[in-house]
Design a protein around this ligand. Structure first.
Ligand code: PMP
Length: 361
């Protein structure tokens, strides 16, 4: 079933179905959606079928659709970038689709025909090419999603699914320069547990994180840094990003042991750091080590990595009511260098020696 050639029907949006075009310089995040979407269904008998590109529209969902009750919902987040010479570029798209297949496996949902879905995405973006922003630093954020649609009450894996891709133009994350974040280290709520679903990009993980996120924001912090669920001691990840520290000139990040999302930006940053000769250590790192390294000055930088921001420098941590400032609250040279390199590759301004960039046309 996986190698099946998807027959993609294309039905262009009619004039009255076209979405109003937003102001390119005031896009924000996740508010405007393009004219078209890709969708296909799955059932046991036909596998993936009815693949089509159609106008962006509301879904028809039965109130008993299993996703609404038992939460089989997974998604991805990726971007299309416009290069200076006008090309549209995707960054490691097959890594997103293979991560989605891994999420599907964990949630007892069907695997994606990954190459075929990439073909569909390219066709979709070709049709919606005018929606890929030209404004400096702005991008098209792409949201592949899979949900259980079978109409049934009773706990078991659903036998019918919908996969779709929608996308939205988003503004430059740092329109007025880097703005290091303030991070609240959460020592009560946890994001995921060993043996749980922390390494799957499944909707429930995000719902479960909201309470701690709201508490942190009320206290004036941007994001939550999660600790492990057993000892509340080891660093996991921060908000919707992976986390890095520079300690004694070594780039340190928690290992992929099943409780954090295997970030594609994380993987890319590790590679770029190694390319410039930097030592990288994927290992467990405790909050006590971080506090000590903050106090004795060996921790010189910290930053989050993720598709939305690429790199988000951390300026301050709060742990048990004490604040720790990092690099005087400003962006460090390593975060800056990795950010510049990554963005240059993503926007097609620097040679891509890793085969990460996939042009749309
Ligand atoms: N962790 C979580 C929980 C996330 O939601 C994300 C965003 N997908 C990341 C890390 C970073 O992953 P990526 O670099 O692939 O965007």
């Amino acid at each position: 079933m996986l190698s099946q050639e998807l027959d993609i029907a294309v039905e262009k949006a009619s004039a009255d179905q076209l979405q109003p075009k937003p102001d390119q310089n005031n896009l924000g995040f996740g508010q405007f959606f393009t004219d078209h979407m890709f969708a296909m269904q799955w059932n046991r008998e036909k596998g993936w079928h009815e693949a089509r590109i159609q106008s962006y529209r509301q879904l028809q969902l039965d109130p008993a659709a299993m996703v609404l009750h038992y939460g089989q919902a997974i998604f991805e987040g990726m971007k299309a970038y416009r290069s200076k010479d006008g090309r549209i570029l995707l960054f490691r798209p097959l890594d997103n689709f293979s991560r989605m297949s891994q999420s599907a496996l964990r949630m007892c949902m069907p695997r994606l025909p990954e190459e075929q879905v990439l073909k569909a995405l390219r066709a979709l973006l070709y049709l919606d090419q005018e929606w890929v922003p030209h404004a400096e630093g702005a991008t098209l954020y792409i949201r592949p999603t899979m949900i259980a649609t079978e109409r049934m009450l009773g706990l078991r894996p659903a036998e019918e699914y919908l996969f779709y891709i929608i996308s939205c133009p988003v503004g430059a994350y740092y329109s007025s320069g880097f703005n290091p974040t303030k991070i609240f280290i959460e020592d009560f709520y946890v994001r995921s547990v060993p043996g749980g679903v922390g390494d799957a990009k499944t909707a429930g993980n995000y719902a479960a994180s909201l309470k701690a996120q709201m508490n942190a924001q009320k206290k004036g912090y941007n994001q939550v840094l999660w600790l492990d669920a057993i000892e509340h001691k080891y660093i996991e990840e921060v908000g919707t990003s992976n986390i890095f520290f520079v300690i004694d000139d070594v780039l340190v990040t928690p290992p992929l042991q099943g409780s954090i999302l295997p970030g594609i930006t994380r993987d890319s940053v590790i590679q770029l750091a190694k390319d410039c000769g930097m030592a990288v250590d994927e290992r467990r790192v405790s909050i006590d080590e971080i506090i000590t390294a903050c106090e004795n000055g060996t921790l010189t930088e910290s930053f989050g990595t993720g598709t939305a921001a690429a790199i988000a420098p951390v300026g301050e941590f709060c742990y048990k009511d004490t604040s720790y400032t990092i690099n005087n609250g400003s962006t460090g040279p390593i975060a800056q260098k990795l950010y510049d390199q990554l963005q240059a590759i993503q926007f097609g301004a620097q040679e891509d020696t890793h085969g990460w960039v996939v042009p749309v046309s």
